[in-house]
Design a protein. Structure first.
Length: 218
């Protein structure tokens, strides 16, 4: 399973990349706002750090303007993956970006299995179901990931499931158990994956016992 980091914070991306935790990056208009930077500059900086796909989102809601924005975003770097919303215009743009611009497309704001089916038929590289936001409304976000996995496997769709709006380490575990191809999570959630109290306790005991031996390695 690939790990994407869901942020436009360049410093965080650099640090996580050094740790080998970044297979790609997802951004959205809210994350660009939070970064305080301009979309073209921030996206370029991220693409200079990360080898894998860096999702940059169009903000237009109609096809012609979506395509104009997609062309601008695509010029920023070769690994920019164009993110489009799950609307009829977005699906049309998905097809056109794949066929005419030859770029990867991440179809975002997916909240149902039928929407994911449409995105796969439009040739999406990634489908982004938002599990956290579904949980917030009383639905089970992970159930949607299971449904999409089954549908994509039934028809051998190549679109990758990119579990998004991840809020907890349990989301990551569940996504991995179901067979999500990718998860995108905020930096803090990716870092939290390493934590276990028994690891901390065990390490403290080993360090203390080692000090008592008076030995050194190297
Ligand atoms: C994914 O691409 C989105 O940027 C993100 O996962 C949304 O997460 P949120 O629901 O925590 O804003």
């Amino acid at each position: 399973m690939k790990f994407f980091v869901d942020t436009a914070d360049v410093k965080e991306i650099k640090e996580l990349n050094h740790l080998g935790l970044v297979d790609g990056v997802t951004t959205n208009p809210s994350l660009i706002l939070k970064s305080g930077g301009k979309i073209a500059e921030v996206t370029k900086q991220i693409c200079d750090i990360v080898e894998g796909p860096v999702s940059a989102e169009v903000v237009a809601t109609e096809f012609p303007q979506m395509m104009k924005e997609a062309e601008v975003l695509a010029k920023i770097a070769r690994n920019v993956c164009i993110k489009v919303p799950l609307t009829l215009d977005g699906l049309r743009a998905c097809r056109a970006i794949r066929n005419d611009l030859g770029r990867q497309v991440n179809v975002t704001l997916c909240f149902s299995a039928n929407q994911a089916l449409l995105a796969a038929k439009a040739g999406a590289t990634f489908i982004s179901p938002f599990v956290g936001r579904l949980d917030d409304t009383g639905f089970d976000g992970m159930e949607l990931i299971s449904e999409i996995r089954t549908i994509y496997d039934n028809y051998d769709f190549k679109t990758e499931i990119l579990t998004a709006s991840v809020r907890t380490v349990n989301h990551v575990k569940q996504a991995a158990l179901i067979g999500s191809d990718v998860i995108t999570a905020p930096p803090a959630t990716l870092r939290a994956l390493v934590s276990h109290p028994l690891t901390d306790k065990g390490l403290a005991a080993f360090v203390a016992d080692w000090a008592k031996t008076g030995q050194k390695i190297g």
